[in-house]
Design a protein around this ligand. Structure first.
Ligand SMILES: C[S@@+](CC[C@H](N)C(=O)[O-])C[C@H]1O[C@@H](n2cnc3c(N)ncnc32)[C@H](O)[C@@H]1O
Ligand code: SF4
Length: 404
């Protein structure tokens, strides 16, 4: 006769089979870029080891919480050190966090461990140490390969440093990505195509290509409002987006997400976990997370201020300021918001499994019909709902009216 399950097991549903993704936020930068509204701060002195220890405490706290839920041996498929500028973290702290994560969870054999690095000389010198600490994918904030644009963007590196960083990173990491910002003031399509071709020839198998956006509260927002510069808009911006896809395709990189291009198999597994609405843990100032627990899909976020975050973690073991069990409608909205960013689109069966709502219940049927009619959305051959190229250009306007 099979053994009776213990009472505690009857209360705990089996741990989700899907692996976890772990995000680690480092909230400091050497300087604040004028376009950036990420949770990043400039401080004269940072006690990096103390912050590192606090990150470890938050991770241990979350691991214990998952263990209480019968999820102590969740699989872990990715770790992403983001920021801010995590290449400024003490390498010992990066190594300790990776070791802890591997101890608490079952790392998949091909676990992806990414760290965002700025291409300044100080950080290039640390790349080998970071590789030895366990990082196996680098994401470099190149932003532009032209010195005038780098000056405008307020970056601390020039184009030759960026190229040196890319070459160093390529020799150290099996997987490499870098970020560029385009649709800059007065940027001509021919110039952008040439810059992008140069970037693509630098042999990254993954690129994040972002159109410059003006974020409220940034220095660019003030300057833009007083007319100091204008950005390409409408047809001009669309032409730049189209040119971007065309040049990337010449080098075998497909747009698998609105701003992300990769060779087949080189997609960021960590970011795919967000876009496919998987479970992720997020530790560090301002980080958020989504975890399937006994009570449902639980969203949490942490204190954004680095000093307040540190004080709370040191006092209580975590700095969560807000926790909420998401309603079915919230889950469906989030899953659709994320999934329609992907070229593969959303799988109705997955939406239903993750949210309890059918796709037909998650969207406004009249708006869905209109978006299909306008060719902004389409059904793929394997029955997924995906945004077309035209639709992806209009995603921000389309989603609020499409989703209930
Ligand atoms: C957290 S930041 C990168 C981290 C790293 N500190 C760096 O600057 O290289 C992520 C990326 O978002 C992009 N980004 C940030 N603000 C942006 C904006 N307003 N418009 C377009 N891209 C932006 C940049 O390409 C940046 O590299
Ligand atoms: S773009 Fe990167 S370096 Fe610049 S302020 Fe934002 S996080 Fe820091």
């Amino acid at each position: 006769m099979p053994a009776m399950p213990a009472a505690a097991d009857l209360l705990s549903p089996p741990a989700p089979a899907e692996p976890l993704a772990l995000y680690v936020h480092w909230p400091f930068c050497a300087a604040k870029c004028p376009y950036c509204d990420f949770n990043s701060h400039v401080r004269e002195r940072v006690d990096g080891m103390r912050y590192g220890e606090a990150l470890r405490r938050e991770l241990a706290y979350e691991a214990a919480r998952l263990a209480q839920q019968g999820q102590e041996r969740r699989k872990l498929a990715s770790i992403f050190f983001g920021g801010g500028t995590p290449s400024l973290m003490p390498t010992e702290a990066v190594a300790a966090i990776i070791a802890d994560a591997r101890r608490f969870f079952d790392a998949t054999p091909d676990i992806e461990i990414t760290l965002e690095a700025n291409p300044t000389s100080v950080e290039i010198a640390k790349l080998a140490e970071l590789r030895d600490a366990g990082v196996n994918r680098a994401s470099l904030g190149v932003q532009a390969l032209n010195n005038q644009a780098l000056g405008f963007l307020g970056r601390k590196h020039d184009a030759s440093q960026a190229i040196a960083a890319l070459e160093a990173a390529r020799s150290l990491f099996p997987r490499l990505s870098f970020d560029l910002i385009y649709a800059r003031p007065d940027q001509q399509e021919a110039e952008w195509r040439a810059e992008l071709r140069q970037a693509l020839a630098l042999a990254a198998d993954h690129l994040s290509l972002y159109q410059l956006t003006i974020e409220p509260g940034t220095r660019f927002a003030t300057e833009h409002a007083r007319g100091a510069f204008a950005l390409p808009e409408g047809d001009e911006a669309a032409a730049l987006y189209f040119a971007t896809g065309e040049e990337a395709a010449r080098f075998g990189l497909a747009p698998y997400e609105v701003s992300n291009y990769a060779k087949p198999g080189a997609e960021s597994r960590h970011n795919l976990a967000y876009w496919r609405y998987g479970d992720y843990l997020g530790i560090g100032a301002g980080a958020h997370q989504r975890l399937l627990l006994r009570e449902g899909l639980v969203a949490s976020r942490r204190h954004r201020g680095p000093e307040e975050w540190l004080a709370r973690v040191e006092a209580e073991g975590h700095a969560i300021t807000h926790t909420e069990t998401l309603s079915a409608t919230d889950r469906a909205r989030e899953a659709m918001l994320m999934g329609l960013r992907l070229s593969e689109g959303v799988d109705p069966a997955r939406i239903e499994a993750r949210t309890g709502l059918t796709l037909a219940e998650a969207v406004d049927p009249a708006m869905l019909a209109a978006c299909l009619d306008e060719d902004y959305l389409r059904w793929t051959e394997d029955g997924r709902l995906a945004a077309t190229w035209e639709g992806r250009l209009r995603l921000d306007a389309m989603l609020p009216v499409l989703l209930r």
